[in-house]
Design a protein around this ligand. Sequence first.
Ligand SMILES: [Zn+2]
Length: 341
Amino acid sequence: MFLTDRKKPKELMYYEVLARRSELKTAEQRSLQYLTSGFEGERQFDAVFDAVGHDNLYIFRDIWLELDGAAVQLDSLVVADDTLIVNEIKNYSGSYGYDNSEWKVRGQQISEDPISQVRRTAGKLVKISYAAGIKFTVQKSVVFVNPYFIFESSDGKDADMLIMPNRLKQYLRSLGNYHCGRSAKMLAEEIQRRIVDNPWPLPETDPKRLRQGLNCWKCGGYDLEIGRFATTCWICRYAEPIERHIVRTALEFSILFPDRAITKQAVCGLTGGAIGLQTIQKTLRKFLRMVWGGNRTHYIFDVMDLDRTLNNAGYASYYEHDPAFMFQNHPRIHKVKQNFL
Ligand SMILES: [Zn+2]
């Protein structure tokens, strides 16, 4: 069973929002691509794991652990009796070579080395054994999920640590042979105690480079017709209820400026004054946690996620037409579900 959710990394959310509101520099564009592909790969891994079943295992996904005085990121950590299984997930696509402990793409050496990465992580995990006085062994592998990954190695080094896409299902199924009893539970609790927040700060956003205004959820365009209850894109005709648009803009603000308070003025500023302060205040009160402070009243997202924020507050706008945002108590949910069945 999965013990932790796989959330979209905050760095990925940051670049996605930045891309909506500014021209990305080449390095930023590369980061966005790299993070998007990595996250997609991890989701594929989870989907295959779901398909083969994992009820008898404890699985941590996408966690940061305090190990040996440093914070270490783990894509997937399976806990069984007396065993930890650490998987570094890679969504590589195209031709890769691995010889003399060096990775090459089209003959060019690359700096990333997932094998030594997973080896370092495993080495640090072993130290928990001494610190906590629990005996266990650590197994490690690099898992390649992309069917378009082509791998060549003339010396066959470290082959036992590499799981190729065509063997992924079989590999994850084989984990089902592990037993998960009292010792696994203790070990999982020890891991749980060591989970920390991602320690890396996001880059600082320069407010001057940001485009203000309302953008279309679907095509990203800024040419919108703003009605009383919904905005409609002039380019793709996508309509979005004002409520959702405000919450989404507040979330964008919070991702771009994690250290600044979310106030009605700040959100209004990011909309370029397109929506009035009163409407913004009413919506923020409804969907976010309010911290009262007179003129300095601000709001907090309990989860940095649009769907969950809306859903948790019982979002059921009559003006919602996107099935992705019609939750349990939406007035037309049954009709929509019928059409999909
Ligand atoms: Zn549009």
